[in-house]
Each structure stands twice: as C-alpha cells, then as structure tokens.
Design a protein around this ligand. Structure first.
Ligand code: 5GP
Ligand code: ZN
Length: 151
C-alpha cells in the first residue's frame, strides 16, 4: 500500500522533526496531545512505524495501540483531569473521516454533564494548557502503575 512516510506529520513527530507534547513513549508506540483537542487531555496513540490505515497495520500492533488507549482512558480518570469516562475513536480511511493517514487512536476524556463543553470543543478545537495537561496525564499513568503494583 502506498504511503508517503516522508510527508507524514506523525512520522515527523516520531522522528522528532516536528513538535509534539508527548505523554508516553516506548519502542513501538507514541502518545501525544492532539494539536486541536476536543476536550482537555485529548490524546492520540500511534504506532511508531508508519501504517496508513487498518489494512496496513499489524494486528499485534493494533492490540498494543488499544492497550495503551485503555491505560490512558484509566489514567485520565486519576489525578487532576478527573475524567469520568473517555471516547476511544479510530477513524479508519477517508470514508470514515481519517485526515492524517498514519493510524491513530483518539482518547478523548469526558466528564459527567459535559455535553455542551464537548459540543463547543468539537467546534472550536482550541488547545488547553498543554504542559500542565500532559503532566496531569503522565501523573495519572504513574498513579495507575502504582495501583497495579500494590500487593
Ligand atoms: P483524524 O480525523 O485523522 O482521525 O484525526 C487527526 C487528528 O490529528 C486531528 O484530531 C488533528 O487535530 C490531529 N493533528 C493533525 N495534525 C497534527 C499535528 O501536527 N500535531 C498533533 N499533535 N496533532 C495533529
Ligand atoms: Zn507516518
């Protein structure tokens, strides 16, 4: 399948040649704040290796992407962001409104009764205080790990 990796903004983020506010990284995955968030803490999980869409994605990597999305959804419930839930969304292909053609899973934190804020955020897509937001998500991930390691 054709993919113009050199022109891919998410590949450039992985390579560090385009800026991003990262919240998590390992050998195969990277998670960073969406530049135009719907809600505070809106994060994208991507494979480091370019895959254009689900047809192009190794299923094991797909499972890892979801696992990290799952952890982030739990992390944003912990600490300062105090989410009550999250929307996990993957737009697969142009027909499904995928605009960046490097697979990514959206993790969009939600609060009880946030319907109006969500609708406004969906229209305006304005960034929040990125550094404190990213720090809150990282702290949530740390808290989650502490909970998991508790005997
Ligand atoms: P899609 O519609 O393809 O599922 O969503 C692509 C997402 O990527 C959008 O939410 C958009 O705001 C985000 N995005 C596009 N370009 C950049 C960028 O350069 N940096 C970051 N952090 N997010 C981006
Ligand atoms: Zn790419």
């Amino acid at each position: 399948m054709f993919c113009d990796v050199s022109g891919c903004i998410f590949c450039r983020i992985v390579a560090g040649t385009a800026p991003s506010t990262r919240v998590y990284e390992d050998d195969t995955l990277c998670a960073f704040l969406d530049i135009r968030p719907i809600t505070r803490g809106h994060t994208l999980v991507i494979p480091k290796r370019h895959a254009t869409d689900l047809d192009d994605l190794d299923p094991e990597l797909g499972a890892r992407i979801f696992t990290l999305g799952h952890r982030l959804a739990k992390a944003v419930r912990r600490g300062e962001l105090a989410a009550d839930g999250a929307n996990l969304v993957l737009n697969d292909g142009k027909a499904a409104f995928q605009t960046v053609h490097h697979v990514h899973l959206h993790v969009v934190p939600r609060r009880h009764g946030d319907r109006l804020t969500f609708a406004k955020g969906f229209l305006l897509r304005r960034p929040h205080d990125t550094e404190t937001t990213a720090a809150a998500i990282r702290a949530g991930l740390d808290r989650l790990e502490t909970e998991e390691n508790r005997p």
